[in-house]
Write a protein that binds this ligand. Structure first.
Ligand SMILES: Cc1ncc(COP(=O)(O)O)c(C=O)c1O
Length: 455
């Protein structure tokens, strides 16, 4: 029989996969390889340190049968710890910030962990900060182990012992550049140290979100004022113990927009379904590779799976809300679906045989100033509050007139996939456009609905 004794034996030995279409499009001569950490049993690079930190605690006698593991995490370390805890019978409490995706939060609970959520805006060192909260809970919980992934030596040690050798062997020692994000710094420091020992000419490059401190810190030793960004799991507002800046040659900043765009491209065009920090790494890898020749081999880390972010940047609705979707990808159906929060709005309209007074009551009731006139799913005209009131001033008797007898021409009709630019141009000459799907009018877009959209 061929089987593994438990899921922990599946951790590591992840493959390298070449990126093809995107590198060709960018005229890259170097080979760019993705280290598929998303194929670990907990779908991230952090499975490796979940086991290594718990192994350490068991060896040192810090964690005993029935003990509780408590950690501050952006989710993936929690998942790695929870996998090991499930197999070995420990309890877990994880402290996240409210920036962490709901998928990771629920995943942790599904693995049996308790989850506490803190505000991402809390400053380091203040009682509400997620790290301080985890420390406090650990202090108050008997038989607890607080790994502290930001400082625990078993974190970079796991990558020194496994990730580094795997990359070295899989590339036959031909790797020239290694690119990874810096969260705790464990991946980049441990892997980077191993690779540089093998060949000091290998360049280790940190991919860092704009707003994080690492680029300025590496280049000047100064810690700048951090700014918020949306990518999860990487970047810091203060230096951390496991981010060994000596193991890193260069830090490249990447915007949220590029991180998400490249994560989506890796998924769509290469089938490498990944999270936002992978997009950050890949954007930096492309930048590095621009000037390299065909002898160069650039390896970047695929930190985790895109499944953790299906309600975030892998959804057009979320990107649109964050003003991160390119204008050409914002379509009529997306605008209509997302205009009133997340629930698709019901179309309000009048029929031609309704009276002017009924039309005015509808406008009033729904807080709108115009209505399409619809008959059997088709648009036959339109009415506007201002126009009706002007006509009523001249002849009050029109209140009982039929809408069909006094209506103006129909608003323009567009298809579901009509672009934002075309819709905006129509809205310059008309107060609203209607959306048609399978020959029926299903939605309306007014000027107010596109005001805040880019383009
Ligand atoms: C999604 C994601 N990417 C990257 C990282 C960074 O890895 P490291 O902490 O080893 O620097 C993390 C760490 O939490 C993460 O959750």
């Amino acid at each position: 029989m061929k089987f593994y004794n438990n899921v922990l034996e599946l951790i590591g030995r992840t493959p390298l996969v070449r990126v093809n279409h995107i590198t060709r499009q960018h005229k890259i001569k170097a080979t760019i390889l993705a280290k598929m950490e998303s194929l670990n049993p907990g779908y991230s690079v952090k499975d490796r340190i979940g086991v290594s930190m718990i192994d350490w605690a068991e060896r040192e006698g810090v964690l005993k049968k029935g003990g509780t593991i408590i950690e501050a995490t952006s989710g993936n370390t929690g998942i790695g710890l929870a996998l090991t805890a499930a197999v070995r019978g420990y309890k877990c409490i994880f402290v996240l910030t409210d920036k962490v995706s709901i998928e990771k939060n629920r995943y942790l609970k599904a693995l049996g962990a308790d989850v506490v959520v803190c505000p991402a805006a809390a400053k380091p060192g203040t009682p509400d900060h997620y790290v301080e909260t985890a420390k406090r809970i650990a202090h108050e919980t008997p038989s607890s182990f607080y790994p502290d992934q930001y400082n625990h030596p078993a974190n970079p040690a796991a990558h020194y012992a496994t990730t580094g050798p795997e990359i070295w062997e899989a590339t036959d020692g031909r790797i020239t550049h290694f690119v990874a994000g810096i969260g705790t710094g464990g991946t980049i420091s441990g892997t980077g140290r191993y690779l540089k020992e093998k060949n000091p000419a290998i360049k280790v490059i940190g991919a860092d979100p704009y707003g994080s401190i690492f680029k300025t810190y590496k280049e000047s030793g100064r810690v700048p004022e951090p700014l918020p960004y949306l990518v999860e799991g990487i970047g810091q507002s203060l230096p951390v113990g496991n981010a060994d800046m000596k193991a890193i040659d260069e830090v490249i900043n990447v915007s949220d927009r590029d991180s998400f765009e490249y994560a989506r491209q890796l998924s769509r065009r290469e089938g490498i379904f990944c999270g936002g920090s992978t997009g950050t790494n890949f954007a930096a890898a492309l930048k590095v590779a621009e000037t390299l020749d065909e002898n160069a081999v650039v390896v970047f880390i695929v930190c985790d799976t895109g499944e953790h972010y299906l309600t975030k940047f892998h959804s057009d609705e979320w990107l649109k809300e964050k003003l991160l979707l390119e204008p050409q990808r914002i379509t009529a159906s997306l605008i209509a679906e997302t205009k009133n929060g997340s629930s698709p709005a019901e179309l309000v309209f009048v029929r031609p045989d309704e009276t002017v007074s009924e039309a005015l009551a509808k406008m009033n009731g729904h807080g709108v100033t115009q209505l399409p006139v619809i008959e059997e799913g088709r648009s036959v005209g339109s009415v506007r509050e201002s126009g009706l009131l002007t006509k009523l001033l001249a002849d009050r008797g029109l209140l009982e007139a039929k809408v069909g007898d006094i209506m103006d021409k129909s608003f323009p009709v567009v298809e579901m996939d009509t672009s934002l630019n075309e819709i905006k141009s129509k809205l310059q000459r008309n107060p609203a456009v209607l959306i048609e799907d399978f020959k029926r009018i299903t939605g309306i877009i007014t000027r107010a609905d596109v005001l805040d959209l880019p383009g």
